[in-house]
Design a protein around this ligand. Structure first.
Ligand SMILES: [Zn+2]
Length: 219
């Protein structure tokens, strides 16, 4: 009995401890799940369904056109209601998604939508590019230096396309789509000159050394 009693006591204490621990784990898991669900749902509404206007809400809710405008005073109200969160939380979500959002605003188009379907994968791919041209290796910083040297426009005729000197998303093989394997960052010089006329290998072999010399001569 003397040995049994403490053992029983220990067991019950252990049970209580386990229960408390399990309960805590469940609560943590539950909270994480809720936060994850909000993040996932926000991502879906904002970047997959791309709800940035009232007409898109009508489409999403399968309402007649114009109903969303009557239901919500603002797009923020739609997001708050849909996600069941406060305005502060919505602002916090936007802060969390800021980096992805900036890149999305810069690079998203319909043909590239596969790249933007998963935030984590996209950012991993982007970080691998090291903000430089996959061919001639010029960095975004040096491209902006050229823009400054050319008095605010990368282009010689001041046409707005490419004038800002932003690195572009380029397909290594123009016959294939914008997948993570087939997409790289390229400077406007390489992207424009290679175009769909020169293969990736030929570009690297025949033109990249010359392009590097040319860009060095400007900088
Ligand atoms: Zn380049």
């Amino acid at each position: 009995m003397q040995t049994r009693a403490p053992f029983c006591l220990q067991t019950s204490l252990h049970k209580i401890a386990l229960t408390a621990h399990t309960r805590q784990a469940v609560v943590v898991h539950f909270k994480t799940k809720i936060i994850m669900n909000i993040n996932d749902k926000y991502f879906e509404l904002c970047y997959i369904r791309r709800i940035h206007e009232f007409a898109k809400i009508d489409q999403y809710k399968e309402w007649t056109l114009g109903k969303a405008r009557k239901e919500y005073n603002s797009l923020d109200e739609f997001y708050r209601t849909e996600l069941e969160i406060s305005q502060d939380m919505l602002i916090q979500l936007r802060v969390e998604f800021k980096r992805f959002n900036d890149l999305y605003s810069k690079y998203f188009n319909e043909q590239r939508k596969e790249l933007f379907e998963n935030q984590k994968k996209f950012l991993e791919w982007y970080d691998k590019q090291k903000e430089s041209c996959n061919y001639c290796e010029i960095t975004q910083t040096d491209l902006l230096k050229i823009v400054a040297i050319r008095n605010g426009n990368l282009t010689l005729n001041k046409k707005t396309k490419r004038s800002k000197g932003t690195l572009e998303i380029e397909k290594l093989n123009p016959e294939k789509g914008y997948t993570f394997e087939n997409s790289v960052l390229s400077c406007p010089f390489c992207n424009n000159a290679k175009s769909n006329l020169i293969s990736e290998n030929d570009w690297r072999m025949f033109f990249v050394p010359v392009m590097k010399k040319y860009l060095d001569s400007i900088l």
